[in-house]
Ligand binder design. Structure first.
Ligand code: F0G
Length: 458
């Protein structure tokens, strides 16, 4: 008999979590104005709000923390991290930042101006936020298959080259500071971009003299999918695939809280010295001196080790198989989920789950609240609330997909927890016909409203 698959690690430290009663949860979520971001973590049993900064560090990462050098300038931790980033990505220059959006803030301060357009695959909300904050426009050029949750295209993060070239033709090069490719594409469901697509985007960008920047939060998961599903990469080590991916980019922003497997951190890396120099000014202004940029020495040490571990096949295989385990369970209960399963999360298709609910009543948010009430499982809405209002008309934007994301922290939960999540969602699915009303907004912020929005039941 073939031996079954098992995790590539064992557990050394544990953290207790607690169940609650439905009655308690009803009171807590009402007090939180039906916004899951407002719950305290002790009101949550299984927290799938995000895979960002929620991973478990390894013994090697914790021991690297002790060796952190907290010198203001030129610490050994900085040099270790810079050397690791160069070895893993191939980029010459590197700036640490305190997280991914800070990297966006610094790099975009150097590159994006009013009236610019930034094409890419579905931009993440902070990326889009940083573009729109500068009165520029993000243009989504993702392939159409990404918006069909039943399409089994293996690389649904891909950029549609025709859509991209149309933008490159329509606007002068001075108004396109760069093309942003998000690997994997979080907004379209943690979907990977193929190496072929990365190569073709790079070729097209070169033809028009435009830079390519990767939003790289989950670059290692992207490389894993290339290895598994793209011809010619089966035998190639993940680290080599990663180097090839970045060889098609000019710069990267990184949220280290994902594939760096640390609780806080980010960075920018690039080939061009001139860009490094101009971004350095903003780094010092917003983040800190160029050799720490918002990170402590111990955190830079842990990140360097995390980048090594996060690009190992056995780790990635354990991680992505767990995500697929949850996906398969949900599928066995006929729950509509985005396929193929993403790298960091399972995305439940709320429009197919609750087809009768009007979208103005925030279908995905309604489903996320129901899941919390059912079992204390916290997911997150990726739908109309997150899509914000149109900056010009102030009308709600209705994105192509209305999803509840169940993001799985790295090395934190077991498959038993995944079983609880799956059954909780099944129970909600079984009573879906009774869910006839959603929510309306009581108050909201002008930008990125989903974090603080207050809701009431319709
Ligand atoms: N880019 C992508 C693709 C992301 O998923 C995130 C964060 C960021 C940039 C910003 O990085 O949080 O370190 O400032 N995503 C988290 C999530 C918040 O839950 O998906 P950050």
């Amino acid at each position: 008999m073939e031996l079954p698959f098992a995790e590539s690690y064992k557990i050394k430290v544990i953290e207790p979590i607690h169940r609650s009663s439905r009655n308690e949860r009803e009171q807590w979520i009402k007090k939180a104005h039906y916004n899951l971001f407002n719950l305290s973590s002790n009101q949550v049993y299984i927290d799938l709000l995000t895979d960002s900064g929620t991973g478990a560090m390894s013994d090697c990462q914790w021991s690297a923390m002790m060796l952190g050098d907290e010198s203001y300038a030129g610490s050994s931790s900085y040099h270790i991290l810079k050397e690791t980033v160069k070895r893993i990505t191939g980029f010459e220059h590197f700036l640490p930042t305190h997280q991914g959006r800070a990297a966006e803030n610094v790099l975009f301060s150097a590159l994006v101006k009013e009236g610019d357009v930034v094409p890419g695959n579905s931009h993440f909300d902070t990326t889009k936020g940083h573009i729109e904050y500068r009165k520029a426009t993000a243009i989504d050029c993702t392939i159409d298959e990404a918006f069909d949750t039943t399409s089994t295209h293996p690389f649904k993060g891909n950029i549609d080259l025709e859509k991209l070239e149309k933008v490159l033709k329509e606007y002068p090069a001075e108004r396109i500071p760069f093309i942003v490719v998000t690997v994997t594409c979080n907004t379209s469901g943690g979907q990977p971009v193929s190496m072929r697509n990365l190569r073709e985007v790079s070729n097209l960008a070169k033809k028009y003299g435009i830079m390519v920047v990767y939003d790289s939060a989950r670059f290692a998961e992207n490389a894993y999918f290339i290895k598994r599903n793209e011809d010619g990469y089966k035998e190639m080590p993940v680290k080599q695939i990663v180097r090839e991916m970045f060889s098609h980019a000019d710069a990267m922003t990184m949220s280290s809280k994902k594939d760096g497997i640390v609780n806080m951190g980010g960075f920018i890396a690039m080939q061009d010295e001139e860009l490094f120099n101009s971004a350095s000014v903003y780094n010092i202004l917003f983040e800190g001196f160029v050799t720490y940029g918002g990170m402590s020495g111990r955190d830079m040490n842990a990140l360097a080790q995390g980048l090594e571990e996060g690009t190992e096949f056995d780790y990635l295989d354990t991680r992505i198989r767990q995500v697929a385990y949850l996906g398969e369970k949900l599928k066995s209960f006929n729950i509509p989920v985005q396929e193929p399963f993403g790298g960091h999360a399972i995305f439940v298709d709320a429009l197919r789950f609750l087809p009768g609910l009007p979208r103005e009543q925030f279908t995905a948010q309604t489903l996320a609240v129901e899941l919390y009430l059912e079992a204390g499982v916290r997911g997150v809405e990726i739908g109309t609330l997150m899509a914000d209002r149109d900056p010009v008309t102030r009308e709600n934007r209705y994105p192509n997909l209305e999803l509840v994301r169940l993001a799985i922290p790295r090395r934190v939960y077991t498959n038993n927890h995944m079983d609880v999540v799956a059954v909780a969602l099944k129970n909600v699915y079984d009573r879906r016909d009774e869910i006839k009303k959603g929510f309306e907004i009581v108050s909201e912020a002008p930008i990125m409203r989903h974090f603080t929005v207050q809701l009431k039941r319709v």
